[in-house]
Design a protein around this ligand. Structure first.
Ligand code: PEP
Ligand code: MN
Length: 333
C-alpha cells in the first residue's frame, strides 16, 4: 500500500503490477502470497484508483484474479514458452474481454512469443499488449536478460498496432542499468514501461537488486526524454537526409547485385576447373583486409564482421547451386 501511494503521488503511474503467484526457477524461492495478496491488491485499487495487474500461470489464477477485480492479466516468460498452458489460460479468459499482456518467452524465439499472442487473440481478447523482458543466455551478458532489440522491433514491424511495454527491471537485473534501457525503449518507439518499485528494496522477497525506491523511480521518470515519435510532416531537413539514405541504399543494393553476379561467374569457372568453393586461406585474407579498410572508414568491427559473414555465406550458397545443381540446397532455417 505504501509503495502504491508513493507511485500514485508521482502522477505518472496508471497500472500497479504485483506478482501474487511467482513462478520460480528453483523450488526454494519465494513463490508469492497467493489469494491473500489479491485482497491487498483490491485494497490498493479501491484506495488509490490505480488499475491492478497480476501474473497468471493457470486457469485457477485467472478465475481468482477476475474475482478480485484485477484489471490486467499478464502471462509470464516461463508460461509463454508452454503452448499447452497458454491455451488453457486462453480458454479461461474467453469472453471476459479483460486486458492481457504477454511477456516474451525466456528464449529469443519470436514465433513462440507470437504464438502465445495469437492464442490469446483467438480467445476474443482485443486489449492486448506484448511485454519485452529480455532473453536469457547461458553465457554471461551485462544484463540479466539481454535486450536483443531486433526481436521486439521485428514484432512491431509484423504487428504495428500491438503495443509493446518494456520491462527494464527484468532486462537489467540491477538498478544501475535501468535508466539507460528505459530511455532506449522510448527512443525505439516502445509504448510503455513496466518497472519494479519497492519502498525498501533491501527487504524485497525477490529481485531486490533490481527494485527502485519510489524516489529513484520519480527521478528516473523526470529524467527520461520523450521524443516525437514521428517528425513534423514539413521537416525538410529530415526529408532531405532520408532521401540521401534512400539513394545510398539503392547504390548498395546495386553493388551487392553486381557482386553476386561476379560470384556466379567465379562459380562457373570453379566448376569447369574442379576447384573447391571455399579456400579458407583466401577467406581469412579477405576478412582481415576488409576489417582493416572498414575500420579506417569508421565502421564498427563486430558489425562489419557479421555483415561480411552474411555476404560470404550467401556467396557460398550461390556457388553451391552452380557446382551441385542436383543437391538439396535448401537454406538453413
Ligand atoms: C515478473 O514480472 O515479476 C516476472 C517474474 O517476470 P518474468 O516472467 O519476465 O521472469
Ligand atoms: Mn520480478
Amino acid at each position: 500500500m505504501e509503495t502504491a501511494k508513493a507511485l500514485l503521488a508521482s502522477g505518472k503511474v496508471q497500472i500497479y503490477r504485483a506478482g501474487v503467484w511467482k513462478p520460480r526457477t528453483r523450488p526454494s524461492g519465494f513463490e508469492g502470497k497467493g489469494k491473500e495478496a489479491l485482497e491487498w491488491l483490491l485494497n490498493v485499487k479501491n484506495q488509490t484508483g490505480l488499475l491492478t495487474a497480476v501474473e497468471v500461470g493457470n486457469p485457477q489464477h485467472v478465475e481468482l484474479a477476475l474475482k478480485y477485480q484485477v484489471d490486467v492479466l499478464w502471462i509470464g516468460a516461463r508460461t509463454t514458452v508452454n503452448p499447452f498452458m497458454v491455451s488453457e489460460i486462453a480458454q479461461a479468459i474467453k469472453g471476459t474481454g479483460i486486458a492481457v499482456m504477454i511477456k516474451n518467452p525466456v528464449n529469443p524465439d519470436l514465433n513462440l512469443w507470437m504464438g502465445a499472442i495469437e492464442r490469446i487473440h483467438q480467445a476474443g481478447i482485443r486489449r492486448l499488449a506484448a511485454i519485452h523482458r529480455g532473453f536469457y543466455f547461458f553465457r554471461k551478458t551485462p544484463w540479466r536478460n539481454a535486450p536483443m532489440w531486433e526481436i521486439p522491433i521485428e514484432l512491431k514491424r509484423i504487428c504495428p498496432r500491438l503495443p509493446i511495454i518494456v520491462d527494464p527491471s527484468h532486462i537489467c537485473g540491477k538498478t544501475s542499468l535501468i535508466p539507460d534501457i528505459s530511455q532506449k525503449a522510448l527512443d525505439l518507439e516502445m509504448d510503455g514501461l513496466m518497472i519494479e518499485v519497492h519502498i525498501h528494496p533491501n527487504e524485497a522477497l525477490t529481485d531486490k537488486e533490481q527494485q527502485l525506491t519510489p524516489q529513484q523511480f520519480d527521478d528516473l521518470i523526470n529524467q527520461l526524454v520523450i521524443r516525437a515519435t514521428s517528425p513534423k510532416s514539413n521537416d525538410e531537413t529530415l526529408e532531405r537526409l532520408r532521401l540521401e539514405v534512400d539513394k545510398l541504399d539503392q547504390e548498395m543494393l546495386e553493388i551487392l547485385s553486381r557482386r553476386m553476379a561476379m560470384i556466379d561467374e567465379i562459380g562457373h569457372y570453379k566448376n569447369q576447373h574442379h576447384i573447391t568453393i571455399l579456400q579458407i586461406k583466401r577467406w581469412r585474407q579477405m576478412l582481415a583486409d576488409r576489417l582493416e579498410s572498414g575500420s579506417q572508414l569508421g565502421l564498427d568491427k563486430d558489425f562489419l564482421q557479421q555483415l561480411l559473414q552474411l555476404v560470404h555465406d550467401e556467396s557460398i550458397r550461390r556457388q553451391q547451386i552452380i557446382l551441385n545443381p542436383h543437391h538439396d540446397n535448401t537454406k538453413e532455417d
